[in-house]
Design a protein around this ligand. Structure first.
Ligand code: IPE
Ligand code: IPE
Ligand code: MG
Length: 239
């Protein structure tokens, strides 16, 4: 067994950034970058699974992305709708568990219905779990968690003094999966942009200049290999 296989991440988070710049560089409208980016999801997920990764969280649309021009938001909604009605069937056929994190109330009713159906229909699959972060913000998710915990305290389910890390994790939208081991951000930006704030406390961060539509299987292998060479200490000292 190589070092790389011994140190395989269980959960990878991907900030799929750079669709717009990819398109602009080719003289295409930004929408063409979003379309190409959506087409890249399937092959990357398939490769992650083949490599033995158990959980992938994809940051597809942030709570702040609603601020973009209406035409761009409309294009993205069209792509998400098509993804949920068409492309996602291939994942379901391969028994991939799919969950959505983020504020789904902001989507059109037909999309909310599809998200609920997809989650229900794939809930029993446990080999490979994909979380799609849509209208997601890490701070918003923490605020929702704080509200749930406050209600539990008011309902006298537990005392304030019993609030611990476990209870916070349980109140987050990612409660069903372990914290990410590796977070990849494409496009050269070196920031988190409100992705999984609580969950990435000890995640290894990997930044690549490649734009998301160009990020391929070899690039994912490079990120996994880089992770394999990292020494995670979690505050302790290396033995
Ligand atoms: C990521 O690509 C996709 C979304 C945020 C929806 P961008 O659209 O942010 O592309 P750039 O960063 O402008 O190149
Ligand atoms: C973060 O990218 C969100 C997604 C990739 C979905 P942005 O392009 O929205 O982030 P900023 O604006 O560069 O921080
Ligand atoms: Mg961007």
């Amino acid at each position: 067994m190589t070092t790389q296989e011994q140190n395989l991440p269980v959960h990878i988070g991907i900030i799929m950034d750079g669709n717009g710049r990819w398109a602009t560089n080719q003289g295409l409208p930004r929408s063409a970058g979003h379309k190409k980016g959506a087409e890249n999801i399937g092959p990357i997920l398939e490769h992650a699974r083949a490599r033995g990764i158990k959980v992938v969280t994809l940051y597809a649309f942030s709570s702040d992305n609603w601020k973009r021009p209406k035409a761009e938001v409309d294009t993205l909604m069209g792509l998400f709708r098509r993804y949920m009605n068409e492309d996602i069937k291939q994942l379901q056929e391969k028994h991939v568990r799919i969950s959505f994190i983020g504020d789904r109330e902001r989507f059109e009713p037909d999309m909310i219905k599809r998200m609920n159906e997809i989650e229900r229909d794939t809930a029993a699959f446990d080999d490979f779990h994909v979380l799609l972060a849509l209208s997601y913000g890490g701070r918003e998710d923490l605020i929702a968690a704080i509200k749930k915990i406050a209600i539990d305290v008011l309902d006298r389910k537990y005392l304030i003094s019993n609030i611990d890390e476990h209870k916070v994790h349980n109140a987050l939208s990612t409660h069903a999966v372990p914290y990410p081991d590796l977070v990849i951000r494409t496009s050269g930006e070196q920031r988190i942009s409100n992705f999984l704030l609580w969950e990435i406390a000890f995640a290894e961060l990997y930044f690549t200049p490649i734009y998301w539509p160009d990020f391929n299987e070899h690039d994912l292998d490079d990120a996994i290999e880089a992770y394999g060479r990292r020494h995670r200490r979690f505050g302790n000292v290396t033995p």
